[in-house]
Write a protein that binds this ligand. Structure first.
Ligand code: GLN
Length: 470
């Protein structure tokens, strides 16, 4: 789709296309965007129309999540504490996109500091799901997903610490990939829990995701955990004859919506009809994943967020007070309740006396979870199951019950703990709400994962349906 769009823009006008998107966004009720980079984007599009340049994304607009640094465009992580912060540099992924000719059209809404599953904790207010405006788009990259699903951006980037690309992809009926830990540089991504998170694409088709991965993946000296990339487009259409798929028995049953379960089994039959074979596998430590994830993520968050002191960037206080008072007042005012809750819990889990009981224990569980995946992958090539146990829920339904929100991440967080890649793609509907199929791969085998996803997409109509609400 992006490849066709590129040809259309060369033949037609990038400026006209972009202007149409901006008009749509301005009349939209989705609240997917936080800041529009109208002037710079339109100027760039005009340049392109005058003399089209080469590049994998030449002339194509892209929406970028609020927590990814963009030079000259306000980047707040949807938090009051970073209001007014304009990064002086681009994240590595943004540099790469620009080098391939893409045009940054604006920033998208998210849960504050990427902490959430619904995009309701943003200081810009909640984003709405284009399939049903009364429901959440998922989170935390809900703005990016709603923008793509609602036709307000042809593609977008999100970040995934425990499901934040895959959950909104699932709730909004589009494709979202969490790459292997280390495949995409985190330089310029404002950290929430840096041992877990990766930047990933949100797109209409698997091919578009593969194209974005060709651009954003790969080693960057500024992120020492980053690795060399593979190649994702060439083998994409090779089919899945002989592929062995594992179905984890722990991913079905209690807590999983019946319609979701049925859609996943139908998807497995489709994959079988395309020449794959499936068998049951076990990931026995799945039930400890949420507890381990939240201890680790909150511990890292408490450390990463200590830098927001109101002195260097964002919210300021000019009264003449001692440093300690200023620091506490700014943080009390600048952070929302969910962020505060996590800083407190994370600080507690890391404190002397409790460190061994919580943080260290969680790290041990993390290793057991990774071992579960490695063991399963001795027998199978990929693993399949639901992305989310439920379809999108109503705005306001869970926000005052944090545990019920955390529970919704049960199938996404194990993937981040293990560092393996996983993609969510549309596989059915519950009423008008989309359902997402999650395919999980071995470390650095995005090529095989995307090939399986592409074969499924080609054989099914779900990605072709568009929401009526917008
Ligand atoms: N819902 C999870 C959390 O709140 C995941 C968020 C994310 O991936 N950024 O931590």
């Amino acid at each position: 789709m992006l490849t066709q769009l590129k040809d259309q823009l060369v033949a037609g006008s990038s400026e006209e296309y972009l202007q149409k998107l901006f008009d749509k966004i301005e009349h939209s009720s989705l609240n997917a965007f936080t800041t529009l980079a109208k002037d710079s984007a339109l100027a760039r599009a005009r340049e392109f129309d005058r003399k089209p340049w080469q590049g994998l994304l030449a002339g194509i607009p892209i929406a970028i999540k609020e927590c990814i640094s963009t030079q000259g465009i306000e980047t707040t992580c949807s938090s009051k504490i970073l209001k007014g912060y304009v990064p002086p540099y681009d994240a590595h992924v943004v540099e790469r996109l620009k080098a391939e000719g893409a045009i940054v059209m604006g920033k998208t809404n998210m849960d504050e500091f990427a902490m959430g599953t619904s995009t309701e904790t943003s200081c810009f207010g909640p984003t709405r799901n284009p399939w049903d405006l009364g429901t959440v788009p998922g989170g935390s990259s809900g703005g990016s997903a709603a923008a793509v699903a609602g036709g307000e951006a042809p593609c977008a980037l999100g970040s995934d610490t425990g499901g934040s690309v895959r959950c909104p992809a699932s709730f909004c009926g589009i494709v979202g990939l969490k790459p292997t830990y280390g495949l995409v540089s985190r330089y310029g991504l404002i950290a929430y829990a840096n041992s877990l998170e990766q930047i990933g694409p949100l797109t209409n088709t698997v091919e578009d995701t593969a194209l974005l991965m060709e651009i954003i993946a790969g080693h960057d000296w500024r992120d020492t955990t980053s690795a060399e990339k593979g190649s994702y487009i060439p083998g994409l259409k090779n089919g899945i004859r002989g592929l062995k798929i594992g179905i984890p028995k722990e991913y079905f049953g209690e807590g999983v919506d019946k319609k979701v379960e049925k859609a996943i089994w139908d998807a497995i039959s489709t994959l079988e009809s395309l020449g794959a074979a499936w068998k049951e596998v076990s990931l026995p430590h799945t039930r400890y994943a949420l507890a381990a994830y939240y201890v680790i993520a909150m511990s890292e968050a408490s450390s990463n967020l200590a830098r927001f002191d109101g002195l260097r960037y964002g919210l300021r206080k000019d009264e003449d007070q001692d440093w300690h008072t200023t620091y506490s007042e700014i943080r009390a005012e600048g952070f929302g309740p969910e962020v505060k809750r996590r800083i407190l819990l994370g600080t507690y889990a890391l404190s002397a006396g409790y460190y061994g009981r919580y943080y260290l224990k969680a790290l041990k569980v993390r290793t057991l979870i990774k071992d579960d995946f490695l063991r399963a992958f001795n027998d199978v090539d990929i693993i399949a199951g639901p992305t989310m146990p439920i379809p999108a829920f109503r705005i306001g339904e869970r926000i005052n019950d944090p545990l019920s929100l955390y529970l919704a991440d049960v199938f996404t967080v194990p993937i981040n703990l293990a560092g393996v890649p996983a993609v969510s793609l549309p596989c059915g509907f519950s009423g008008r709400l989309p359902i997402g199929l999650q395919l999980i791969g071995k470390h650095f085998q995005e090529d095989l994962l995307l090939r399986a996803a592409h074969a499924f997409e080609e054989a099914t109509p779900f990605h072709l349906k568009r929401p009526e609400a917008v």
